[in-house]
Design a protein around this ligand. Structure first.
Ligand code: VGL
Ligand code: ZN
Length: 206
């Protein structure tokens, strides 16, 4: 089976949101168009408690994009975003969720961030996605969503690590680019690790 994984299509990652990804809204119609071409469609949702350690506001004296240690790992500090049960954590308006079979939430533990849809950044806890895909006999994944240089990238690397044939649909993703070139670098790293980076028009669907 082949699965489409739609990463973090949430208000806070859209223009105007707390952690706005430039042109993040542009991927929503592409994500909608892609879905009917896949037998399995799932979504991830960044889902932080208000006291989450990735928020600069929870580190007195620190600013957004500063680096700290969290759970023993280097952690970039972010604006408060995707707080559980807030509008910012809701899925993007216009995101068609009728075909989504399961939503996997991540970033729940205040002591560790979770960019990947599969495991937290220290690989301590699973979101359940890997087990769920295995149960459905999924061997190949296509990834789309936000942000290319964080959650898409980490999800793709974990996909490879799990032995899944992993594809990233480049035009169905947008990145943060905290440093100029981060998105290009992420795409290059994914390609050299064995991820197929493709354009949605190469898929004979939709
Ligand atoms: C993300 C930074 C912090 C993402 C989530 O979805 O890429 N980035 N939390
Ligand atoms: Zn987050």
């Amino acid at each position: 089976m082949v699965a489409l994984i739609l990463v973090d299509l949430q208000n806070d990652f859209l223009p105007g949101g707390a952690l706005a990804v430039p042109e993040g809204d542009a991927v929503v119609p592409i994500a909608n168009r892609l879905q009917p071409g896949f037998e399995v469609v799932v979504a991830t949702q960044d889902w932080h408690p208000a006291n989450h350690g990735s928020f600069a506001a929870n580190h007195p004296g620190k600013r957004v994009y500063d680096e700290v240690k969290l759970g023993g790992l280097p952690q970039t500090l972010w604006p408060v975003h995707c707080v559980q049960n807030t509008k910012g954590a809701d899925f993007a308006p216009g995101f068609d969720r009728r075909r989504i079979q399961q939503v996997f939430q991540k970033g729940i533990d205040p002591e560790i961030d979770s960019y990947s849809g599969f495991f937290d950044n220290a690989d301590r806890r699973s979101t359940g996605l890997s087990e769920w895909l295995k149960d459905k006999r999924v061997r190949e994944i296509y990834i789309a969503g936000l942000a290319t240089d964080y959650c898409v990238r980490f999800t793709a690397f974990d996909g490879l690590g799990l032995g899944l044939r992993t594809h990233v649909i480049e035009d169905a993703c947008r990145g943060v680019n905290v440093q100029p070139g981060d998105v290009e670098r992420a795409l290059r790293e994914m390609r050299s690790a064995g991820v197929e980076v493709l354009h949605s028009n190469e898929l004979k669907i939709g």
